[in-house]
Design a protein around this ligand. Sequence first.
Ligand SMILES: *[C@@H]1O[C@H](CO)[C@@H](O)[C@H](O)[C@H]1NC(C)=O
Ligand SMILES: *[C@@H]1O[C@H](CO)[C@@H](O)[C@H](O)[C@H]1NC(C)=O
Ligand SMILES: *[C@@H]1O[C@H](CO)[C@@H](O)[C@H](O)[C@H]1NC(C)=O
Length: 497
Amino acid sequence: MKRLLGLFAVAAVIFGLDSTSINLEKFPDDFIFGTASSAYQTEGAWNADGKGENIWDHFVHKFPEKIADGRNGDITCDSYHKYKKDVVLLKKLGVNFYRFSLSWTRILPTGFPHRINQAGIDYYNNLINELLANGIEPIVTIYHWDLPLELQKLGGITNSLFADWFEDFSRVVFENFGDRVKFWLTINEPRLICVFGHSTGVFAPGIQSGGIGEYLCNYNVIKAHARSYHLYHKSFRPTQKGRIGLVIDCQWYEPATNSTEDIEAAERKLQFDCGFYGHPVFSKKGDYPQVVKDFVAERSEIEGFPSTRLVLFTQQEIEYIRGTSDFVALNHYTTYYAANDKTITPFTEHPSSAKDSRVHIWQDEDWPSGIFPEFRTVPWGFRKLLKWLKDNYDDPDIYVTENGFSDDNKNLHDRGRVNYTTLYLSALLDAIYKDGVKVKGYAAWSFLDYFEWASGYTIGFGLHQVNFTDPNRPRLPKDSVKTYTSIIKNRKLTPID
Ligand SMILES: *[C@@H]1O[C@H](CO)[C@@H](O)[C@H](O)[C@H]1NC(C)=O
Ligand SMILES: *[C@@H]1O[C@H](CO)[C@@H](O)[C@H](O)[C@H]1NC(C)=O
Ligand SMILES: *[C@@H]1O[C@H](CO)[C@@H](O)[C@H](O)[C@H]1NC(C)=O
């Protein structure tokens, strides 16, 4: 039998079947499928019914030139008014869960818990109840980037009180929704909050403070996550009996050559991007990865800083943060090659994490891509990443909370997405069955086309297209809806032709 399989593998390579050969095993019985979205990107109703202003409302109104098409999320998919229609479509898809986020200022208009906006509570109650009535589990992200503007005026995430503010907001949402929500995600992608929001400044709040603000942001965000976790664990879990964890985004970095320095460079890049946020929470040891601490300290010294630019955790904080997630929630899209960057950039006034990590990355132009050029289809990188998470984070349960493909928002025949979804799910099955990784669920990003942050409406990630010029915002299924519905129904992939 073994020999036969071997022969088959050789034949498959010779006849070129390997590129499209996909894993046809069944998904495990406890594996859950879903789709995902976030409040600012889909809800619209930016100032309806007492909602307060958040940093994205402010950013898009004040700096339309920072958005590719100059547009904003004021109305976007209008899911605030159309949630019932959305649930009908979710039911048609057959998903086990729907991942969405809570708009902080819809619930607490000023950010603080002294005044709760009942209309906001009502909206999320209605959505949660509608999902449950249709047999769909709500998976709720507490924070997906739309910080209350009032908190930003006080420094936002870089204020050392941010963890208190986030804990207060978390308490309000556990008290109001925790009787029905059993699966919580505290914070979505701290890396992008810190890098795009506090280093390059291309996302709200638009702060440009590479290598300093971004590291302070990381320190505060991770502490805030841990506070929310401990609050839930201590005060709510005993009665509400749910699970809670952190969402990190990790791409895969493949060594460009087999030289020791490139292998180390690829691992270092992974630690700077993924481990920098994941290691303090998911690893047995806790704290930032040692290689990140070493490289930032070295570069800080070259630049004349009296000590490292990293905001270091105390031993007490390391222990408080370690283990504060019941699973790894992973957002993943693509892969890069990585090589050691031997040049030490000469002194400049502006530090950055790129100068700290000293890794050169690029992609193979032959890897298929959608409209967003960097999100190329590289399923083998996904499999390697899942194995890396298993090996580095003590064999956790893993939920893929985002994975998806970009199109131009204009075409219902999204062949690239059909390929992408099938190939990535096949790699996921390989990770489960061949590498023993405990992957427990998958969310296709995204449910609908929506406002894609700085790209506006120029990029669509949706399984459904939305007509953003029609006041009714009709949703139309793309071809990938058929593919995903059939995968969920059969709990199995079909070969792509
Ligand atoms: C590295 O070595 C492995 C095993 O020998 C080989 O399969 C792979 O192609 C090599 N990679 C590069 C980039 O040379
Ligand atoms: C999808 O995959 C098939 C089979 O490998 C390939 O022929 C086709 O070009 C791919 N289409 C896109 C848009 O990636
Ligand atoms: C979108 O809606 C507008 C207004 O109803 C309509 O004129 C247009 O044809 C629609 N576009 C598509 C692609 O259906």
